[in-house]
Design a protein around this ligand. Structure first.
Ligand code: AVJ
Length: 335
């Protein structure tokens, strides 16, 4: 293991060492945690596993394809909002900030903000190391002057970030309605942590809105079956990484809107009674038994602002599209 990485950036040696170090620590931790969480989900109710396990390299690729689907409105709607309001966002967030993105993926949305926001540094955090490093390399090539320092890790867990840049305000960026993956209690906890981390700056947050359930249903049951492949990739990933032998043909993708909870739920449903094994432990799945793989909560603008206030933020402007499909919020984090 390398020693502590100095706060260097660009394509310098220390930045590359930092990346290498994080690739190693990131992957090692994740493997065993995945096995344990999968075993827990199979063993007993509520038969649920965190959606963070979708995002290995293949899953991140599938997610990027989801974002291009005609039925999946969130990405294109949020991108339009960011592009249209970049100037207004920079006016409230300020230029020259230390910009931290939670779950940066392909770092594609931040590109819409960079010209207006002109951050002093960009810290993309993501759980999919290979995908993140590729994205950071591409971003550096496009913006040679930008200080990009990727952090491979799970931002839902305690995460060590590089020290803040002296004198620079921290601005958080959490787009894509990824906040919808948290339960309301987890979302509050995440926002509380973010308000602390970003004090004196703020958070730019994307949140999907409650709408016609038919529109929601189509977005998670696309005609090409990419969302189904994304969901099933959880089992494919287990086969690759944990040496399991899940037969993907024995599961189907289920996604539906749970109106009472204001969320889309995704499940992998066993098509038949079957026995599966993970690291020597076997489990019987009944026909129709579901493994709950994701919640995607939907919000109202006011509901999200209330949650932000509870977490210690002072909500600023919120931007939405004419169809009220999606919202982007500026949340000021007091000192
Ligand atoms: C990345 C959590 C925002 O909930 O819409 C897309 C993930 N799951 N299609 C979402 C997802 C199925 C996505 N988030």
């Amino acid at each position: 293991m390398f020693g502590p990485a100095p706060g260097a950036g660009g394509g310098t040696l220390s930045a590359r060492i930092l990346e290498a170090e994080q690739q190693l620590s990131g992957q090692a931790l994740e493997g065993s945690e995945f096995q344990r969480d999968l075993q827990r989900a199979l063993a007993a109710p509520p038969h649920a596993i965190s959606p963070k396990y979708f995002y290995d390299t293949e899953g991140s690729r599938l997610f990027d394809r989801i974002c291009e689907l005609p039925e999946y409105y969130p990405t294109r709607t949020e991108r339009a909002l960011l592009a249209e309001h970049a100037g207004a966002i920079a006016a409230v967030a300020g230029t020259g900030a230390d910009l931290v993105e939670f779950g940066a993926g392909s770092c594609s949305k931040v590109r819409l903000l960079l010209p207006a926001l002109q951050p002093r540094r960009y810290l993309p955090i993501d759980i999919s190391t290979e995908h993140l490093v590729d994205a950071a390399v591409g971003l550096r090539r496009e913006h040679p002057g930008l200080h990009v320092q990727p952090v491979a890790g799970d931002y839902t867990a305690a995460l060590r970030l590089p020290d803040p840049l002296p004198g620079a305000r921290r601005v958080g960026f959490f787009p894509g309605s990824t906040i919808g993956n948290f339960t309301p209690e987890e979302a509050l906890q995440f926002l509380r942590g973010a308000a602390r981390l970003l004090r004196g700056g703020g958070l730019l947050l994307g949140a999907d809105l409650v709408k016609d359930p038919n529109v929601l249903h189509a977005a998670y049951n696309d005609a090409q079956g990419v969302t189904a492949a994304f969901n099933l990739n959880l089992l494919a990933r287990a086969n690759r990484e944990l040496g399991t032998a899940f037969d993907l043909d024995r599961f189907w993708h289920s996604a539906f809107y749970n109106a009472a909870q204001q969320r889309i739920e995704m499940h992998l449903v066993s098509r038949c009674r079957q026995q599966v094994a993970v690291d020597g432990h076997s489990y019987v799945l009944e026909a129709g038994q579901a493994l709950h793989t994701e919640n995607s909560y939907k919000f109202s603008i006011e509901g999200l602002r209330r949650l932000a206030v509870q977490a210690g933020f002072r909500p600023g402007p919120a931007w939405t599209d004419p169809g009220n499909l999606f919202s982007v919020h500026w949340l000021h984090a007091p000192e």
